[in-house]
Design a protein around this ligand. Sequence first.
Ligand SMILES: Cc1ncc(C[n+]2csc(CCOP(=O)(O)OP(=O)(O)O)c2C)c(N)n1
Ligand code: SF4
Length: 350
Amino acid sequence: MSYIRPKFRHPHLPKNDLGYTVSDYEGSLSTLCAGCGHDSISAAIVQSCFELSIEPHRVAKLSGIGCSSKTPAYFLGQSHGFNSVHGRMPSVATGAYLANRELIYLGVSGDGDSASIGMGQFVHAVRRNLNMVYIVMNNGCYGLTKGQDSATADRGSKSKAGSVNPFEAIDLCGLAMELGATFVAQSFSGDKQQLVPLIKAGIAHNGFALLNVISPCVTFNNNPGSTKSYDYVREHMETTALVDFVPLMTEIKTQYEEGSTTDITLHDGSHLLLNKLSSHWDPTDRSSAVNALMESRRTGEVLTGLLYVDSNSTELHNVLNTTDRPLNGIDQQELCPGSSRLAEINSSLR
Ligand SMILES: Cc1ncc(C[n+]2csc(CCOP(=O)(O)OP(=O)(O)O)c2C)c(N)n1
Ligand code: SF4
């Protein structure tokens, strides 16, 4: 059950370029457990869309099944939405995107939803470079069905019931890198300062943008021994860089010292500024990102930040050379080539 959020807001709430306040980007009141990391990610999505002055009707929210997949009800209440079947969000997103490329596609999934039942769907969305932001709210368990280990639970981590996971974890970022992903980022639900610019950059990216966000399940996976608990992640987080996102149309200002910043131009001309803190991180170097992910797994660290971006990425519509226009805006006359053209095509194939 979803609860209606009260309409009353402070009359002097800041407004964005469209004249909207942050409340225009909210959804209904969350029914998730108090303290669930997924709610923090919803708040970061709301903040990102508000700051980017996105018209809510230009967004399509898509999800599968799980506590994470319930969250589209809690953000962007005025956007399009489709809550699909467990693990099937990528194919619904593919169909919707091919029919209408004008919307911004925002997919939300869980680690169970993406790394188990939906794995076959996830990998093809990555390799096709579907133009969408794909957020995995990764808590290492199946929250909705009472905390079973998921395929992203680290080997040796302990569930609330005390059992130790004997299987190797699937690293979704590493897998996406292997599949040729053009934008791969990792973050923590409790780090809004890092998460908001990453979501904004993902929206601006021309292709598939994966954000794997560690999002502790306070009810079933926040216990000692879990590597997806708040305490564990806070103690083992290693940041690649401080991230800031500068949208197109605003004057680009940088407050960073000369020589300490990497400036990445995304497809729409907006920029991603990375203030390098650790080991001169270069997010355009795919093999370094793969190595860093492998090293962080070995040391048990959670590597966060923008791990990799290809700012020259070619998204699915450009690969297929399909029409710019939404299919529902093309009438029968235009869609049908006519019988003489059809006869020409047929004879060319004989
Ligand atoms: C086809 C199908 N199989 C199994 C389920 C049962 N089920 C619902 S949610 C879920 C897993 C949820 O875990 P995750 O995707 O990680 O999301 P979370 O709840 O942890 O956010 C499962 C197994 C289902 N709804 N549909
Ligand atoms: S069960 Fe876990 S994942 Fe589901 S709402 Fe509660 S804290 Fe969040």
